[in-house]
Design a binder for this molecule. Sequence first.
Ligand code: GLA
Length: 667
Amino acid sequence: MSDARAAFVHDGIAFGCDYNPEQWSPEVWDEDIRLMGQAGVDLVAINVFGWSHLEPREGQFDFGALDDIVNRLHAAGIRLNLGTGTASPPAWLVRAHPDILPMAEDGTRRYHGGRQAWCPSSPAYRTAALRLVRAVAERYGDHPAVALWHVSNELGCHNALCYCAHSAVAFRAWLRRRYKSIEALNDAWGTAFWSQTYREWDEIEPPRITLSTRNPGQVLDFRRFSSDELLDHYRSEAAIIRDVSDAPVTTNFMLTAHIDNLDYWSWAADMDVIANDHYLDHRLADPTVELAFAADLTRGVSRGAPWLLMEHSTGAVNWQPLNLAKAPGEMLRNSLVHVARGADGICFFQWRASVQGSEKFHSAMLPHAGTDSAAWREVCELGAIAGALDDVAGTRVEAEVALVFSWESWWATQAESRPSHSIGYLDQVHAAYGALYALGLTVDVVAPGSDLSRYKLVIVPGLHLVREHEARVVTDWVAAGGTALVTFYTGTVDQDDRVWTGGYTGPFRDALGIRIEEFAPVAPGTELHLSSGAIARLWSERSTATTATVVASHLDGPAAGTPAITRNDWGGGQAWYLGTMLDAAAYRELLATIADAAGVRPATAHDGGDGRVELVRRTGAAGSYLFIVNHSAQSVTADASGRELLTGQDVVGTILVPAGGVRIVRE
Ligand code: GLA
């Protein structure tokens, strides 16, 4: 990565959107650009779905309209997040090469007419896409308006898992690189089971749907392969751009609860800036907490460096069963949560609400109702705030707590055959994060095996798949004086999905000082009562404390009489274990105790808000900024001193943050 690309260089906090001018006539473009100026928009993503406009017929390019819009935006001082345009192939390409269409696990094709209808391993798609990328990169590579390259769009959103013949060929090649010999593959997948042994590489197929459950090792490797295959596609587009342009290159990630297709830990190093798309998911128990988690995860993937919120929504989306509008002020508050948690830019999908197509009921900065609308006024208010936060850009978030997160564990936890379908990986992650959130603590999300030396407390929720050295990083750090909380289902299998024997939690077992003999999940709706008075659900296990102190045990249920929460002295530190799914209040109480013992504190003291207050500090060479976001219906007081940036007032000692309000104090 050259220095020019080392960071996404922008004057302050970027404010912008996806813009799809191809859906509108040029008269509308004039109004759009005038209103963008009014709202304070300074970064616009264009050409994201441009292919069929730029290349109406194979090899015939027409850049007229794109040149026009690029030049108009540039003349207005708006910088470009320029799409390569490859996200959705045009109809002529599909007609010429029907084999680019992706295949579902049941062997049926998915057709043109939606989007992203391409197999990540299709040679014909790759050839045509790279020809387009070269044409776009050569045309605009040194255009002064290009601030950032936007490769494809949300790679793997719909097409990550393709089971076609091209995917089979690529999967075999990937497996040969990974295992070298067919014997090693048979060993890793445990193919001795059910007569699945392979003798030739060509016998191996993608894990298409079977009558019984599929080989879990094969399924897990297919997830890894599929993530790598799309990364390879990203790299091939990025390489062409880097050939002819010095502008930074990225693609928009989907660090969000409902998409698990890519292992973003392995993608991060190829991005010049990490960019994320985040939408509130109202199918979750607490979408606001998930938003904070996703922002922290994005910062984790960015290794602490500032990142860009490439898309979110001003109001409702269109793709959930019930698409809720945001309450007045919610969009502004949520946008500033992203900034508090490390974003140096706030962008939306999209600029002007579509009137046709699948997304016509998706909110936008400029709604169907026009500028005489609450949504538009809030957009303009946010744009003005973004302009006042310029000095925040480049600062970094401070955290004393780390939470270990793993896409591989997420995948392995979904194995078709497992102890309980009521236990999900994210449920455990969100429960732990939610308890820390309610305490107002800032959390860094880290990859398994990451250095933990800067933290006081480490949480390892449900890390089902773990390599020995990844566990050792945690247990050695505890031995050196750290405090960790490990929760159930952690350390169950190794990287090949092979069970760690001798008592569950495998490589964590000695440090935890417990021995788990048997999992004993319970049905949803069953309450488990603990000796501490806490209520738990869904999970228990028959275990004994070997060296650990029992903090709470099960009073009832299939594991009655055995430990549910333990604490073990390990070297100079303490390893806590939670062997059940605590109710939120009890989880919060447990983490309050552990955080207190570890000496972890919120970014500042506060009063009120009932666990719905976010307190985050961003620090840099020029100073520090305390963000206080009050999602509650009551006002909150917090300790703070300095200049408040939204009101322009000086604060001495304490600040009042109104219900639903945000305050940012330059300390
Ligand atoms: C994604 C896509 C956008 C749009 C939005 C709608 O983020 O990248 O093109 O479809 O979803 O929420």
